[in-house]
Design a protein around this ligand. Structure first.
Ligand code: FES
Ligand code: FE
Length: 379
């Protein structure tokens, strides 16, 4: 072994260290494609906020793995999702990220027309009912579940159990199954949304979110509000007990000043505390007494991930026009600080210096569990 080279197997590492993934896992298109197929297209993916599709015909297109998916609300009020691919010659049906159509989706190429339920309802110079079997040439449907006010989609033909793999995963992580119930996330209203276009692999973002070893270095505002984060041991992944606000802190705001109206279901144990959960593979949720911060990640390329972050409050708070700026600013800064760090690491992933990866210190050891979860799926 040459000087400075790291041992490559766990058995060679000192007791206090664990190995990370090697650098090319964050850059290689082949590995990213495998993750798209075996992770994002195989399990449940949190795609759209239900309230963003309030009326029939409102739609959003989202990238899940290698597929573009068209999500809309039908005339009976149900959310429907289909692959965004015209069944005639394969044109992308909707190229807009979001919008609203009145009656149907019409392909801009030869004008095949589909209902909100994905049926082929018209095709020029054809009797769509007779010449084309409309059940055979309807849009390909994608499985839909709604939970916490969001639409979760699954591209697999036989989806894994939502209750076990999503709800079960969250409640296990929080320790107490009912911990999230009091926040009544589905009843909250969007106060602010910020979109971050992060030049980093999606796993960098998950790993960063899972540890707080970096908190003292890059999150001055957050560690002021949550002093226990300054010791680096409060792994976000494990904040099942809730991190307590500092003594002089009034609310979860950028300057520790008072927050907004408390969510009525938040109990005494949860008051003045911050909880964080990762919902694999692409959701992070932060719970504080007066709001919820809900992140959805959209991995777009090996080195590019879009993060949509929603700040959710009681509907009365949003409707009253209350000032939510200081409340939003705290986690917005945390996001910027985290994503800058992820981009800084991404730059080095192809370096010879990181070819066999780096190391995880004890307060980061639980990240190995995430790597094992990824490896189990990608083989
Ligand atoms: Fe869509 Fe021809 S490709 S109508
Ligand atoms: Fe952080």
């Amino acid at each position: 072994m040459t000087t400075g080279e790291l041992p490559t197997t766990e058995s060679q590492l000192p007791e206090s260290l664990r190995e990370t993934l090697p650098g090319h896992h964050y850059t290689e298109p082949g590995i990213f494609r495998l993750e798209q197929a075996t992770i994002f297209e195989a399990g449940w993916f949190c795609a759209v906020r239900s309230a963003d599709l309030a009326k029939p015909g409102q739609f959003e297109t989202v990238q899940i793995g290698r597929e573009s998916v068209l999500v809309t609300r039908n005339r009976s009020g149900a959310i429907k999702a289909h692959l965004n691919v015209c069944r005639h010659r394969g044109a992308r049906l909707c190229t807009e990220e979001s919008g609203e159509v009145r009656r149907s989706f019409q392909c801009p190429y030869h004008a095949w027309t589909y209902s909100f339920d994905g049926e082929l309802i018209a095709a020029p110079n054809l009797n769509a009912m007779d010449d084309v079997d409309r059940t055979q040439y309807g849009l390909h449907e994608v499985h839909v579940r709604e939970w916490l006010g969001y639409v979760w989609l699954c591209l697999a033909e036989e989806p894994p159990s939502f209750d076990d793999t999503v709800i079960g995963d969250v409640t296990n992580r929080l320790g107490t199954p009912d911990a999230i119930v009091g926040y009544q996330v589905a009843d909250l209203k969007l106060g602010r949304r910020v979109e971050y276009d992060v030049k980093a692999n999606w796993k960098q973002i998950v790993e960063n979110f899972m540890e707080c070893y970096h908190c003292a270095t890059i999150h001055p505002e957050l560690t002021e509000v949550l002093p226990e984060f300054a010791d680096g041991l409060a792994a976000q992944y494990f904040v099942g007990h809730g991190a307590e606000f500092g003594e002089d802190i009034e609310g979860f705001t950028v300057d520790g000043s008072a927050g907004l109206a408390k969510l009525p279901g938040v109990n005494e144990d949860q008051d003045r505390r911050y909880y964080a959960i990762t919902v694999r593979p692409q959701v992070f949720i932060n719970l504080v007494p007066d709001h919820v911060v809900f992140h959805r990640m959209f991995p777009l390329a090996p080195d590019r991930t879009l993060v949509r972050c929603d700040w959710l409050y009681l509907p009365d708070v949003v409707d009253s026009g209350a000032d939510i700026d200081r409340s939003v600013e705290l986690f917005h800064r945390v996001n910027q600080q985290d994503f800058d760090a992820c981009e800084r690491c991404q730059l080095a992933m192809d370096s010879r210096s990181y070819a066999s990866g780096g190391v995880l210190v004890p307060s980061e050891h639980h990240i190995v569990e995430f790597h094992d979860w990824v490896r189990e799926r990608t083989g």
